[in-house]
Design a protein around this ligand. Structure first.
Ligand code: NAD
Length: 417
């Protein structure tokens, strides 16, 4: 049987990571790419990795006509434009079997609703890419604790965090293009993880009903004069004018629709985590049992002394968002697998082959966008957001956070020079 042909829109950081992940996926190949920049480099990488010929196409539509499924791996601000082009290509006869979109689905609830609508208008299956729910460690703890959960009751407190020292490209830092700061960028992962960890075994991912959201945002490092200057010089984004949060934390309260039990998920995200590199930390506490995961506790470490430091040219080769190239370094030998990219790609390919949505679909992405935006609203209005209140839900549909509007100065601390 011939390979399932994937086409990527975007050829940056995540596209390269997913190309590596494809090495672990059976029956699929990277057949093509369209991007504003980096297509040739991705094509070369795909050939080098042996994951496909990855032809370079000159438009989204041309790509869609030559692949089985298309994945949106472009920046958040380009989602709607790309999704519209995919829908037009399908109308014009492109025989796609599925559409993938990276997190976050939308920068606002309104945008996410629009993306769901356009995607469904094509009649095709879709998959929302939230890799952390596909992590083997997260799946393994669920399986390991299944019988104890059945006897003792579900996990009642989940905590999930993703932190690193800050994104690699300027557009992530610009709240008006990205949709916010670290909460929009990584809060979506941690909120989704909390919800999933708390969900009783065998129940759908949206089984527990989110009832309230309470959150805070902060600007703890990148608003200080020295770091603002550093950021401006690197990216052209000026946090004295349009700051975004580099820290966010919150609690989402969920209710079990059958038993009425109240459970809580606490998320924490930062772009000021100046340690070895990206750290994912998750834990879950049930009555009489628990689990804990920390991605920086690798069984592999390397040591590079000062005189040998030149030997590592590319810090990212040790760990995603590495901050050091010498000393005692933590190495994750297969990050694409560790973070769930291999399993999410496998799930999408297998689901699309059967004509089904992936494990997580765009409607799920919309629910996560709602929870992220409710978190911004809570931080802005300094109050607990009640998701059972119809007026609040209506307000959320048209809500654009002050930070995303470029008015972050109204709620974030900026020390003048
Ligand atoms: N799941 C994860 O862990 C994870 C990690 C990183 C990024 N992401 C998500 O993936 C998406 C891309 O992020 P990235 O880090 O790869 O960004 P990036 O800036 O590194 O790469 C973006 C790519 O998209 C291309 N592009 C920009 N505008 C385009 C357009 N209109 N049409 C076609 N191509 C266009 C760029 O030329 C570039 O090749 C974002 O939505 C981000 O949130 C997810």
């Amino acid at each position: 049987m011939s390979n399932f042909k994937l086409g990527f829109v975007g050829a940056g950081f995540i596209a390269r990571f997913q190309a590596k992940a494809l090495q672990g996926v059976r029956g699929a190949e990277l057949a093509g790419v369209y991007a504003l920049k980096g297509s040739q480099e991705l094509s070369y990488l795909a050939k080098k990795l042996g994951v496909g010929e990855c032809k370079v196409y000159r438009s989204v539509k041309e790509l869609c006509k030559n692949v089985d499924a298309v994945a949106i791996f472009a920046p958040n601000y380009a989602r709607l434009e790309i999704m519209n082009k995919i829908a037009e290509a399908v109308k014009e006869g492109a025989e796609l079997k599925g559409i993938i979109c990276e997190k976050p689905l939308g920068r606002t609830v309104k945008e996410a609703i629009e993306l769901v609508k356009i995607a469904r208008s094509t009649g095709l299956p879709n998959a929302y890419f939230e890799n952390q729910l596909h992590m083997k460690a997260i799946k393994a703890q669920k399986e390991q604790l299944r019988t104890v959960e059945e006897k003792m009751g579900p996990i009642a407190l989940a905590r999930s965090s993703e932190e690193h020292s800050g994104p690699h490209e300027g557009w992530f830092w610009d709240p008006t293009r990205q949709g916010g700061g670290v909460l929009c960028d990584m809060g979506c992962h941690s909120i989704a993880c909390c919800w999933y960890i708390l969900t009783p075994h065998g129940k759908p991912v949206t089984y527990l009903k989110p009832i309230t959201v309470s959150a805070e945002v902060g600007l703890l490092k990148w608003g200080l004069p020295r770091w603002r200057k550093d950021l401006f010089n690197r990216t052209g984004v000026d946090y004295s004018k349009t700051p975004a949060e580099d820290f966010a934390t919150g609690i989402i309260t969920f209710q079990n629709p059958k038993t009425g039990q109240i459970v809580k998920g606490q998320f924490t995200n930062s772009w000021m985590y100046d340690k070895q590199g990206l750290r994912l930390m998750m834990d879950g506490l049930g009555p009489g049992y628990a689990f804990e995961f920390n991605s920086l506790l690798s069984s592999l470490q390397v040591f590079i002394g000062d005189t040998a430091a030149e030997a590592i040219a590319d810090a990212e080769s040790a760990l995603e968002k590495s901050t050091a190239t010498r000393g005692l370094l933590i190495v994750e030998p297969n990050e694409a697998d560790l973070y769930g990219y291999v399993d999410e790609l496998t799930d999408a390919v297998n689901s699309f082959k059967k004509g089904k949505d992936g494990f997580l679909n765009f409607e799920y992405g919309l629910e996560i966008t709602k929870l992220c935006q409710a978190s911004y609203m809570s931080a802005e209005q300094k109050k607990v957001i009640d998701l059972r209140d119809r007026n609040t839900l209506k307000e959320l549909e048209n809500y654009v956070s002050l930070i995303a509007q470029g008015k972050g100065r109204e709620i974030l601390p900026i020390i003048e020079n």
